[in-house]
Design a protein around this ligand. Structure first.
Ligand code: HEM
Length: 117
């Protein structure tokens, strides 16, 4: 769970860490789980460990180590998507570890665009 900083550098800003998808992808277990929401990275391991999620751990664990923005914004409800409350969005702040590295962000958008078109 320790944050390793072997990644993209952070442009001299010591308060923000830019994390690569490869780094984030290492945290893909329910006991060690990072998720990406809106280009920010959250370590929700403790949240899962104490079973704090009203939507059960199973809703979150498929996204460990991965992009989870759409899942968070829709609660993974395919037919009637429902965003999390402001309270839930604020709660994410408690688990913030860093930002998705920007070049990867643009690469991700390109990849999503290529897949969806
Ligand atoms: C990333 C994947 C996630 C999915 C697919 C997901 C899905 C869901 C679902 C289906 C519910 C509704 C439960 C019910 O009404 O029975 C729910 C509620 C909730 N979830 Fe999540 N969740 C995710 C991540 C998170 C995270 C990371 C947090 C907090 C750190 C969180 C906080 C909450 C809260 C506080 C509620 C109660 C309703 C609300 O305030 O919006 N969820 N979630």
């Amino acid at each position: 769970m320790a944050l390793s900083l072997d990644v993209q550098g952070n442009n001299g800003n010591s308060s923000v860490v830019d994390l690569s998808l490869a780094e984030i992808g290492k945290y893909n277990a329910s006991s060690d789980c990072w998720i990406i929401v809106d280009d920010k990275v959250y370590d929700v391991s403790e949240y899962l460990k104490f079973y704090l999620h009203p939507g059960e751990n199973d809703a979150i664990t498929p996204y460990c180590g991965k992009e989870a923005t759409n899942a968070f914004q829709t609660q993974d409800r395919m037919r009637k998507p429902k965003d999390h409350s402001g309270y839930a969005w604020t709660m994410l702040d408690d688990y913030y570890v860093g930002d998705l590295a920007k070049c990867l962000k643009y690469f991700s958008w390109l990849a999503i665009w290529l897949v969806r078109r």
